[in-house]
Design a binder for this molecule. Structure first.
Ligand SMILES: N[C@@H](CCC(=O)N[C@@H](CS)C(=O)NCC(=O)O)C(=O)O
Length: 406
């Protein structure tokens, strides 16, 4: 397992805007509407401005000064939040701990523990495959929350009554009792001072990071732990579909999964234009495919669907607004929106989805994109209850066959 030392990059939970911590279970999914700026601080600010510059300040000067200052600070923050190339396109740092599941033969001698954060779409993949394969007992989980200093930290939510025992909720660190994820990474044999990302698969026996790349982890969960799985017969990457899955991954990862980040973190108009056009031309292509196919690769749910799902789930409430993926809303794509509901309704999946935590994670954490910290009201297409409406996707592909049979 190769370990690379990357410069510390702040990619997801790196900026916070308020000092109040937000419990997803105590507020509605529509987010708190409180601005962090109180009327007292506003009036102090107004008085200070008048005192310093007087009422006669030429507005042009104020605006151009503020614009220059803000743009400079914004660029500085964006460099930290989202490393980009010379054209202003976001370049995602590579994961440091990779896993080749075929080479990992010591599952029986390891004690597997998964670190996740609920807002993170990459971590969400691992929770879904863990749930579908019935690995909840074999792989314990700790759920970190975005902390005030931008790192992932552990908070205790045990006092909140939860009806669904499989519902994944923020927690303390159950494997290492650390206060934050950085401490866990640091405690590995040999130490560590690179990016501390979720998801991260940990071996509690050897005190070692097994992997922090989501796709490697879901491949491993799908086929590497069947002796411990409650659903060993479920194969989300059957040999006959492997090529199709890889083809879809080659499109969906850069253009959609990472495409939304390339859109939201773009630092030039050109970079944004390219990313946004690629997202929507790909969604158009998928929409077309889903008119005759229940899932991406046919009638069976595969790893390619899991990867697409976690981005689609966040699309209307987050990416469409915060990341300016605005050409269309997902709800305007009938097949994609039905497909989203179809997967959401598969037993086990909804328990891994937490819209309030997602809203909180994005709108309050990504400071350079949303300095006020205000969360928007979301349309009903984005809320979790509307995803329970019938989808009728089980008929897709079959209607055509029936027509031919007549
Ligand atoms: N390629 C990684 C990406 C993981 C990732 O970027 N996770 C973000 C949260 S969405 C994170 O933990 N960022 C923390 C940081 O960069 O400090 C994967 O697919 O697992």
């Amino acid at each position: 397992m190769a370990v690379y030392r990357a410069p510390p990059q702040l990619s997801f939970p790196s900026f916070t805007t308020t000092t109040t911590s937000f419990s997803p279970r105590h507020v509605s999914p529509i987010m708190s509407n409180q601005s962090p700026k109180s009327s007292t601080s506003t009036s102090i600010f107004t008085s200070a401005t008048k005192l310093l510059w007087g009422p006669s300040l030429p507005p042009g000067l104020l605006i151009s000064t503020a614009r220059t200052a803000w743009t400079t600070v914004w660029q500085l923050m964006m460099t930290q939040l989202a490393p980009s190339d010379s054209s202003g396109s976001y370049t995602r740092p590579t994961s440091q701990f990779r896993l080749n599941p075929t080479q990992f033969s010591s599952a029986a001698s390891s004690e597997l523990h998964l670190y996740v954060g609920l807002p993170c779409p990459w971590a969400h993949r691992t929770l879904i495959v863990r749930a579908l394969k019935g690995l909840n007992d074999a792989v314990s989980v700790s759920v970190a929350s975005p902390g005030q200093d931008g790192s992932w930290e552990f908070k205790d939510y045990n006092s909140i009554p939860i009806q669904d025992k499989d519902k994944v909720i923020p927690s303390l660190d159950k494997a290492n009792r650390c206060r934050n994820l950085k401490e866990v990474y640091k405690s590995r044999t040999g130490g560590y001072d690179g990016r501390c990302t979720v998801p991260m698969l940990w071996d509690s026996r050897k005190k070692e990071v097994i992997c922090n790349e989501s796709y490697d982890i879901i491949v491993f969960f799908n086929s590497g732990l069947n002796e411990f799985a409650r659903n060993p017969e479920l194969d989300l990457s059957p040999p006959e579909l492997k090529e199709k899955i890889e083809n879809w991954n080659r499109i969906v990862y850069p253009k959609v999964n990472n495409g939304v980040y390339r859109c939201g973190f773009a630092q030039s108009q050109e970079a944004y234009d390219q990313a946004v056009n690629e997202i929507f031309s790909t969604l158009d292509e998928i929409e077309e495919n889903l008119s005759g196919s229940r899932y991406l690769c046919g009638e069976k749910l595969t790893l390619a669907d899991v990867c697409l799902f976690t981005t689609l789930f966040r699309f209307d409430p987050v990416y469409n607004i915060l990341f300016k993926c605005t050409k269309k809303k997902l709800v305007e794509y009938p097949n994609l929106y039905g497909y989203l509901r179809d997967i959401y309704q598969i037993p086990g999946v909804a328990a891994t989805c937490d819209l309030p935590a997602i809203m909180d994670g994005y709108y309050k954490t990504l400071f350079p994109l949303n300095a006020s910290g205000i969360g928007p009201a979301i349309s009903s297409s984005g809320d979790q209850d509307s995803l329970l409406r019938p989808h009728n996707r089980d008929l897709v592909g079959k209607v055509v066959e029936a027509e031919y049979a007549v």
